[in-house]
Design a protein around this ligand. Sequence first.
Ligand code: FA5
Length: 350
Amino acid sequence: MGDARARGLVAVSAAASADELAEVETTLFGRKSVLGQIKQTLGSLDHEHRATVGRALNEAQLALREAHAAAADDLATAARREQLRSEQLDLTESLAGPGRGHLHLVTQTTERLEDVFVGMGFTVSEGPQAETDWYNFEALNLPAAHPARSMWDTLYLDLGERTELGDGEGGEASNVLLRTHTSPVQIRVMEVQPPPIYTICPGRVFRRDTADASHMPVFHQIEGLVVDRGISFTDLAGTLEEFTSAYFGKAISSRLRPSYFPFTEPSAEFDITCVLCEGSGCQTCGRTGWIELGGCGMVHPNVLSNCGIDFEEWTGFAFGFGIDRLALMRHGIDDLRDMYTNDTRFLAQF
Ligand code: FA5
């Protein structure tokens, strides 16, 4: 039996893989193994002999089990180490190569838009992505249960009772959500800055939209807000036209179509000449020669008074459009999702 034990221990330590160790296990502990056969003879031994042989058998089996378990542990650790080594990525690799990264197309587009508006005298403002119901809806003339709330399919956050976001005058902080547009930044600016205001607010927004060629659940908008004495609808139209030719070039112009937004009155949708066909009509613009960029209008008096601004003295306009879709049009990309799948062969083109 001592022999079987010693040979068993050698076999265990010689196993070089989990498969080999499994084979060794069968030869050590199976019914046909040396120890298995000794066990089967126990019944035929006399009482005294049986106790001695039984004890030696138990000790041999225990020693072999322990050695087997230790070898299995060692082999598993070695296999894991080998797997980690083979899957290791050198993240510094790209720094050395010719293909160094650059800003994402959406970031480049945002920076270019900021440059154009800053050149026209606007400042740049920012607001939080997690907003309260007050800023995202209520202060924008969208009280609870207003039917137009369904224009924005909203993602709500469960943050418990109250938040650090502040709840604005008359607002409740209990409903925290991911902002569905950049319009809440208008409110944040007007709350703290007395007019005149000329600002833009770019940023990330969130909606329960299913991703498709022209929609993403997470996308980017840029908001524009002007509040001053004597601002009229023609200032809005002129600003959008000025922006369009500064950003897209003289061949592209803008037009306004009547629309509805609760926070502007009157409201409009603003279109630009299709940048792909330059107005002659193509598949992208549905042969109309125009593509929709965003919404705009004169700031509703309720919105001004929600921010403590006297609407008898001050008037203003606001506009907002999608940055991702703008980049899509400018570069003739036909699927918005391509910008977010992070295929560097696609992103490297811009
Ligand atoms: C708004 O969000 C208004 N806040 C715009 C506004 C601002 C109107 C100020 C008046 C005054 P709308 O829901 O239409 O409006 O979205 C504006 C633009 O965002 C759209 O024209 C489109 O370019 C872009 N957009 C909307 N949903 C998505 C989406 N799921 N993925 C990518 N872009 C989108």
